[in-house]
Ligand binder design. Structure first.
Ligand SMILES: *[C@@H]1O[C@H](CO)[C@@H](O)[C@H](O)[C@H]1NC(C)=O
Ligand SMILES: *[C@@H]1O[C@H](CO)[C@@H](O)[C@H](O)[C@H]1NC(C)=O
Ligand SMILES: *[C@@H]1O[C@H](CO)[C@@H](O)[C@H](O)[C@H]1NC(C)=O
Length: 206
């Protein structure tokens, strides 16, 4: 009797052991699949960014979102626009704070004011583009929507260079110039990369 109990115990122990091993194998396989797909997703971003003007900025700004973008060209474009919009809002806040701090000459004040307007327009255009990309294919003409997005992102780039041209050409102290330039140049790179990604990934086929 005792021996039998022991045998049953032994075989159920073996069974449990077998399940444990196969569970561990599944876990190992799942973990390596995760690793493979995250590498695949990062390579997808790397390759997509390769066709932009500033590939390193592009990759560094999108890499944190690889798990959301996966291999999806639409999510790639959307995320890139989101990053550009966030950067534009940040730049807008920075330029506004320079004006609020005061101590500007009247020439500087005019130039900084023009920058605030230009970056403000850029924020609006990026916001409109992001809204439109979120509504793609929702009944309206897809080709028209894609054209709108391209037009607005291009306009945002033009507005950003209006700001940098203004501070480069005007009478602006070095410290004001450097602060604004750094932020706007970074924004212009993000926006240019977004346009490049949109141009190569958002296509209308008929
Ligand atoms: C990026 O493009 C260059 C040439 O334009 C090519 O040699 C390189 O392999 C590309 N890299 C990726 C990750 O696609
Ligand atoms: C926002 O701007 C500040 C000042 O230029 C900078 O330190 C910060 O990293 C920026 N944040 C983002 C999300 O761009
Ligand atoms: C921004 O760009 C748009 C479109 O090109 C233009 O109509 C607008 O006047 C620009 N804004 C500023 C402040 O330069």
């Amino acid at each position: 009797m005792e021996a039998k109990t022991c045998k049953i115990f032994q075989s159920s122990f073996l069974l449990a052991f077998f399940f444990l091993i196969s569970y561990m194998q599944t876990a190992v396989v799942a973990a390596s699949t995760d690793k493979t797909s995250s590498n695949t997703y990062k390579i997808y971003i790397l390759k997509s960014c390769n066709s932009t003007t500033y590939p390193n900025d592009c990759y560094n700004s999108l890499k944190p979102y690889y798990n959301k973008i996966k291999n999806d060209p639409l999510k790639l474009c959307k995320t890139s626009l989101k990053v550009a919009l966030r950067t534009a809002r940040n730049t807008s806040a920075l330029v506004s704070s320079i004006k609020k701090q005061g101590g500007l000459s009247s020439a500087e004040e005019g130039i900084v004011k023009d920058c605030i307007d230009a970056i403000g327009d850029s924020v609006d255009e990026l916001k409109d583009s992001l809204d439109e990309i979120g509504n793609l294919g929702s009944g309206s003409n897809l080709e028209f929507q894609i054209d709108n997005i391209k037009t607005w992102v291009s306009a945002a780039i033009t507005n950003e260079s209006t700001c940098t041209d203004g501070i480069d050409e005007g009478k602006v102290s070095k410290s004001v110039k450097n602060k604004i330039r750094k932020s706007v140049v970074n924004l212009a790179r993000q926006t240019s990369n977004s346009l490049a990604l949109i141009n190569s990934n958002l296509k209308y086929y008929n």
